[in-house]
Ligand binder design. Sequence first.
Ligand code: ADP
Ligand code: MG
Length: 232
Amino acid sequence: MSIQEIIDKAHGEQRVVLTEIEAKQILSAVGIPCTETFLAATRDDAVARAEAIGFPVVLKICSHQITHKSDAGGVKVSLKSRDEVAAAYDAIMAAAGEKFPQARLDGVSVQRMAGHGVEIIMGMIKDPNFGPVLMFGLGGVLVEVLKDVAFRIVPLEAADAAAMTSEIQGKKLLEGYRGQDPADIPFLQEMLLKLSAFVEKTPGIEEIDMNPVFAYKEGAVVVDARIILSSR
Ligand code: ADP
Ligand code: MG
């Protein structure tokens, strides 16, 4: 499906929240790398998908009504076998059904387990005065507490992206701290520019949240994404 088809489908179903799978399809289409993520509507589907992807995999609840998946017991990582995937499917569906009895559960999403990198958050919010604004920061517990994020108004130029990655307080973590690999900073800046270009030419998006992005010595990958549309 094209970006517009995904957006139109959501509006057609009277919803503004895209699923993780839809959000990643859109971001991938504009050149932002995401873990390829598939819907599995049954336990058998989930097992078959996992085998096709190759272990280890991650399973997550797939429902438009559940945006904070871990809070609903809806994320299981490092699944290494058919049995673990089958058990995770049952556990996720049971936990989500219990926590959100009214929610429509589409099943689970299945994706490869990404190697750990420097945890980044990237996104877009709409400021009532300035319009779309991009956000960049370090992810993880530390930053949830410190709120160490940089903002720039769309459209971004290369110099803005460079400023965003260098002005966060946790910059040292990006540059490789205590033996950890440095993050591919030019690649992250490129992702910000792609996000800006996408936001600029696509009205009707209220919010984009990529949390986390794993950044590596070479490249980076979005492992969780959320997009909220403006209501029509
Ligand atoms: P939530 O809706 O709770 O934010 P996430 O999709 O972010 O759910 O998953 C929770 C956590 O699980 C992430 O912060 C990340 O640490 C881990 N995780 C999720 N997807 C993957 C993946 N594909 N590979 C590795 N770790 C992952
Ligand atoms: Mg997340």
